[in-house]
Ligand binder design. Sequence first.
Ligand code: UDX
Length: 433
Amino acid sequence: MKLSVIGCGYLGAVHASAMAELGHEVVGIDVDAAKIEQLAAGTPPFFEPGLPEILTSAGASGRLRFSTEMAAVAESTVHFVAVGTPQMRDSHAADMRYVDAAIDALIPFLKEGDLVVGKSTVPVGTAARLAKKIADSGSGAMLAWNPEFLREGFAVKDTIEPDRLVYGVADERAASVLDEVYATALGTGTPRIITDYATAELVKVSANAFLATKISFINAMAEIAEVTGADVGQLADALGHDARIGRRFLNAGVGFGGGCLPKDIRAFTARAEELGRGESVAFLKEVDSINMRQRQRVVDLAVEALGGSVNHKRVAVLGVTFKPESDDVRDSPALDVAVQLKGLGAQVIATDPQGIENARGRHPQLDYTESVDEALAGADLVVLATEWKQFRELDPAWAATLVSGQTVIDGRNVLDAAAWRAAGWTYRGMGRP
Ligand code: UDX
C-alpha cells in the first residue's frame, strides 16, 4: 500500500520505518528540514534500539522516503497523522496546534476514498471534530482514530508486533483499509477492537492513566513501607502473584516521567474538567502529586544523608533519562532530582549512557561525564536515578575505592542492598528497610 506519515518525531519516524519494513511504500513528512535530512540519511535524530537498522534497510529497498513537502503525499491513499500534542505552556491541556495544522495542510491533497488515520494522543472529541473538517472539505476522504501504545526502547517491536490494534471508525470501509495496512500483525492473531472515535481516543489516555496510577499506587505503598520498616519490593512481588493485579508497573522508586505519562494524565484531567466530569478523574491529580513527591523524597534523602545540607557537596547522579534504553529527558525524574540538588548548592556530576546531550541542552548548569568512574570520583554521595544496566551492575567494592563518602541512594530500588552494605556502604532505597 502507499502510505504517508505526517510528523516524523518519535512516533512518526518509528511508524514510517516499521510500515516500510512490513512492505508498504511510505513517505514521511515533517516541517523540520534538518530532521528530514537526518532520517533520509538513515540516522534517527533520537536513540531507539533497532530503529537505525530498519531505517537503513527500508531506505535501501526504496520503499521509504522523506520530504518536507506535503505535496509528496499525493500518491498515498492512507495518511497517518503522528504529530505531537505537547502540554500547553500555561495550562495542563494538550496543545492541538500541530494536529490542526497537519490536517489543514493535508486536506488539499486528499482524494476520494483516502483514509486519514489519527495516531497522536488527543483529547477525547478531537476525532469527531477533525472528521467534520475533512467531510466539509468535500474531498471524500474518511477518518479513523488508531492510537499507538509503543514504549520508548521497544518502539520498533511494539509497532511491528502490537499487543492490540484499536480502530476508531465511523465507516466499515475505514476498518477494512486498516486491516490491509496491519495484515502482518493480524495474521499472527493480534487482537483488534473496532469501535467509535471517542472510545478509541479514550483507550489511549485511560491506558496511560491506569499505568500511571499503578506506579503511584506502589510509590504510595513505598511511603508507608518506609515508616513501618516494610519492604515495598517484596510487597510488590507478593501483590504481583495475584493475576488480577500483575507484577508489571509495580516498581517503586523516583517515579514516572517521559513524554507521555505525565502530560497525558494532566491533559486527561483538563479535558474531563472541560466536559464537566472533573470529579471522575480527580484521583489523577493525586497520582500526579504522589509521583512528584518521589522526586522530592530523593532530594530529602540526599540532604539527610549529607547531614542536613548538600551545599558544596559533590553528588554523583547516575542517570538523566526518564528510563533506560532511551535518550529522552522529557519530564525525567532523574534530571529533576539532579537539578534540584544543584539548586541546593551541590556540585552535581551526572552520567548517562545516552542522555547527556539532551540533558546538557536543557540544563547546561550541571556537570556531565560519560564515564561512571569519573562521576563517582570524589563523590560525597551517589544517587542512582535511572536503572541503566551499567549502574545496576556496578561493583560496590570498586565504587567504594573511587568515592569520598560511601552513601548510595537507590532511587530505582535496583541495587543489591545487602551486597552494597557488605562493601561498607550506607544504602537507602525507596520504601526498602
Ligand atoms: C508509556 C506507555 O507505557 C506506552 O504504552 C505509551 O504508548 C507511551 O507512554 P513510555 O513513556 O515509553 O511509554 O515509558 P514506560 O515504559 O511506560 O515508563 C514510563 C515511566 O514510568 C518511566 O519513567 C519509568 O521509569 C516509570 N516506571 C515504569 C516506574 O517508575 N515504575 C514501573 O514499575 C514502571
